[in-house]
Design a protein around this ligand. Structure first.
Ligand SMILES: NC(=O)c1ccc[n+]([C@@H]2O[C@H](COP(=O)([O-])OP(=O)(O)OC[C@H]3O[C@@H](n4cnc5c(N)ncnc54)[C@H](OP(=O)(O)O)[C@@H]3O)[C@@H](O)[C@H]2O)c1
Length: 318
């Protein structure tokens, strides 16, 4: 079992008061820990979630610890582009700065489903919803520079349960090919990594830096489309732990490092990985940053093309 990478203590004691962050999927797992840590350091954090009551309950529990910062809960359903537009409009009307956007929310290995706008659920939620969100918030993120955008990807962008991560531009939404939940997850997580890389290129010189991360194999709710949560948490936990599964606190370390460390800004657009499982075992111990072993992840033309296609799909024209 490999030791997880942890942020230096200094970083987790930085004063973030007067800084504003958005964390998508902030009501659960890695996102929830990220919200808690940023608020502990004094930030104002918008916990963006699709289940507002659940988010409010979680925010109440966190705030009862008397954190230095503040938490605001706001409705965001990434599987519905109207909800993304409404969230962004509400945020922009009520805030004057945004220092960090954490595109964290995600679903994994779902059955074949479509988002409200007709996209395959994992590509639509994990990538396209975040793509539109980022574009709508970008003017304020630029105005707030130095600022950061972190896209939570996965080592499954490289290889997900034996399937190579690949963007299939001929059939992004599984209209022609047979659906496979792991292939769709791998495609969406490769899109997250490429999104961060292409943003870094587009935003050069603006003071906005970007990163993608693999948080590790983390004990969260993400598993629930593949097995009941109690099987992971009770029956298989000791075996999974031996295999490298870590706790949400450890899973949030790569995000926090990519979001807060000055060194991460020197690697604009890079991929920061907790321990993982890659096609190249040398990559398994992770790295902040780590060069992905997937050739598509390092191909600028694919990143550019994905940017163009995504822009059109979310209705922002060319
Ligand atoms: N756990 C791992 O081993 C692992 C490994 C690699 C990468 N990741 C990535 O880490 C990120 C966080 O996942 P997690 O492990 O913390 O899992 P999690 O506990 O299931 O959290 C996922 C979050 O995404 C939210 N979400 C799902 N669909 C959404 C939608 N349509 N609109 C808005 N929010 C939505 C969930 O909301 P609900 O609570 O309403 O479902 C939840 O808050 C994901 O991007 C995942 O791909 C996780």
């Amino acid at each position: 079992m490999r030791t997880p990478l942890l942020c230096p203590t200094d970083l987790l004691n930085l004063d973030l008061s007067s800084r504003t962050y958005i964390v998508t999927g902030g009501n659960s797992g890695i996102g929830l820990v990220t919200v808690e840590q940023l608020a502990k350091q004094g930030a104002h954090v918008v916990l963006a979630c699709r289940r507002v009551e659940e988010g409010q309950q979680k925010a109440k529990e966190l705030l009862s610890q008397k954190l230095r910062g503040t938490i605001e809960v706001s409705k965001l359903d990434l599987a519905d582009l109207n909800s993304v537009r409404a969230f962004a409009k509400h945020f922009l009307e009520n805030h004057t700065s945004l220092h960090g956007l954490v595109n964290n929310a995600g679903v994994m290995n779902t059955t074949f489903q479509r988002t409200k706008d007709g996209f395959e659920m994992q590509f639509g939620t994990n990538h396209l919803g975040h793509y539109l969100l980022t574009e709508l918030l970008l003017p304020l993120i630029k105005k707030s520079a130095p600022s950061r955008i972190v896209c939570v990807s996965s080592c499954f962008h490289d290889k997900a349960m034996g399937y190579e991560g690949r963007i299939d531009f001929e059939d992004l939404n599984f209209e022609k090919r047979k659906y496979n939940g792991w292939v769709a997850y791998g495609q969406s997580k490769l899109a997250n990594l490429l999104h961060a890389k292409q943003l870094a290129r587009r935003l050069t010189g603006t003071g906005v830096t970007t990163a993608s991360v693999h948080p590790g194999w983390v004990r969260t709710n993400l598993i629930h489309h593949s097995m009941p949560r109690w099987v992971q948490d009770k029956v298989l936990r000791p075996f999974f732990k031996l295999g490298g599964m870590i706790e949400p606190w450890e899973g949030a370390q790569s995000t926090l490092y990519a979001l807060l460390s000055p060194e991460a800004a020197d690697h604009n657009g890079a991929f920061f990985s907790q321990t993982g499982i890659y096609r190249n075992p040398k990559a398994n111990r992770g790295g902040w940053p780590l060069k992905s072993p997937n050739p598509q992840a390092n191909d600028e033309t694919i990143a550019e093309k994905l940017d163009e296609v995504s822009r059109k799909l979310v209705g922002l024209g060319s």
